[in-house]
Design a protein around this ligand. Structure first.
Ligand code: GAL
Length: 353
């Protein structure tokens, strides 16, 4: 019996020791998750509006990227705090004030209003916090106002030019009804945004530079939103009918809406009308693959978000940063529809022979 008690006591001791060891391990893990001995770098990112297709991709990728940096870093823990400006300048101002009070090491700013970006940037610079402005390019004077401020984005003129070139390079140069004039509807993003302004201007410039005669039937603001894009396209198609050769949308979100309106109006993209967007979001790529979108322009959210975070970290580390970091756009046209056109052309040639 005594022997049995001894064995039980021994087993209890072993069990308790094992439990203690396990607890100690957990504490170490918890510490690492909280930053532990790692140096913590706090980055605040103020997004103009969460409810925006492209900026949703962008901010999600920023989170993924910071996560991957933390996984591979042994001495630094990056903490990214994202906030939604809800497209309201007063809300964003509060958020920047709060980032400053919290003592963020760097701020990534996607301004609600580019014209008011200076006020926010000045506050951060005064507090000695570097600012990386993204996606909505403010006046150059804001960027050059301090060596702690920079812009990471893509050249809006390039995206507009690419949209125009996609139409220009069609066999009929976008003149769907063959009457010698490319008549179009322009659906714009938000009015004070340089992406919207330059895409509107440069898409058409690419056509006129190629000597193509154009006529603007309608130009309306769709605020980057699918429902507004659909409504404007539906109104335009109802008003101008077969006259409409091309619908230009400043982004894919609105092009997805316009595509629904085109179908409802009984029109067919690639046959009697053309449609272009910008961003290359998944829904647009699906339409493109089905031949329901003539083309889009990839707005590289991966490179833009990674660069924004990298530059913020550089600035926190006291390294010199450039004024501008540009990420190229890329033309995306449906290889499927090109194949169809080629096949049709081949069939016509064969029939004629
Ligand atoms: C553009 C993008 C739009 C919208 C806008 C917001 O670059 O193409 O879809 O996200 O930014 O500023």
């Amino acid at each position: 019996m005594k022997k049995m008690k001894k064995i039980i006591a021994l087993m209890l001791t072993i069990f308790m020791m094992a439990s203690l060891a396990a607890c100690g391990g957990n504490e170490a893990t918890d510490e690492a998750t909280d930053g532990g001995d790692k140096k913590v770098v706090n980055i605040g990112a103020a997004i103009y509006q969460y409810d925006d297709n492209f900026m949703t991709l962008y901010r999600t990728e920023m989170e993924n990227y910071v996560k991957s940096l933390n996984e591979s870093s042994t001495d630094v823990e990056y903490k990214l705090t994202l906030v939604d400006g809800k497209n309201d300048m007063a809300t964003q101002t509060e958020q920047i004030n709060s980032f400053i009070t919290q003592g963020m090491d760097a701020i990534i700013l996607n301004p609600v209003q580019t014209s008011s970006a200076k006020v926010l940037v000045d506050k951060c610079v005064e507090a000695n916090i570097p600012v990386v402005i993204i996606n909505r390019e403010p006046d150059g004077s804001v960027i050059t106002s301090s060596d702690k401020v920079c812009y990471v984005g893509a050249d809006a003129k390039q995206s507009g030019t690419y949209q125009g070139e996609i139409i220009r390079d069609l066999p009929n140069k976008g003149d769907a009804d063959g009457d010698g004039v490319v008549r179009y509807i322009m659906i714009q993003g938000d009015p004070e945004n340089s992406d919207a302004q330059f895409r509107t201007e440069y898409s058409i410039k690419a056509l006129t530079d190629a000597g193509i005669e154009v006529e603007e039937l309608m130009n309306q603001i769709g605020n980057w939103a699918t429902d507004q894009g659909q409504q404007i396209a539906a109104n335009g198609l109802a008003q101008f009918g077969d006259k409409v050769d091309v619908i230009f949308c400043n982004n894919d979100g609105m092009a997805v809406g316009a595509s629904a309106a085109i179908k409802q109006a009984g029109r067919t993209v690639g046959k009697d009308i053309y449609l272009v967007g910008v961003d290359a979001i998944d829904q647009a790529m699906d339409l493109l693959n089905k031949g329901e979108l003539t083309g889009t322009v990839r707005n590289n959210h991966i490179d833009q978000s990674h660069t924004a975070v990298d530059v913020a970290i550089k600035a926190v580390n006291g390294e010199a940063i450039e004024d501008y970091y540009w990420i190229d756009y890329e033309k995306v046209t449906s290889s499927d529809s090109a194949t169809e056109e080629e096949t049709e052309a081949e069939e016509t040639t064969e029939a004629a022979a």
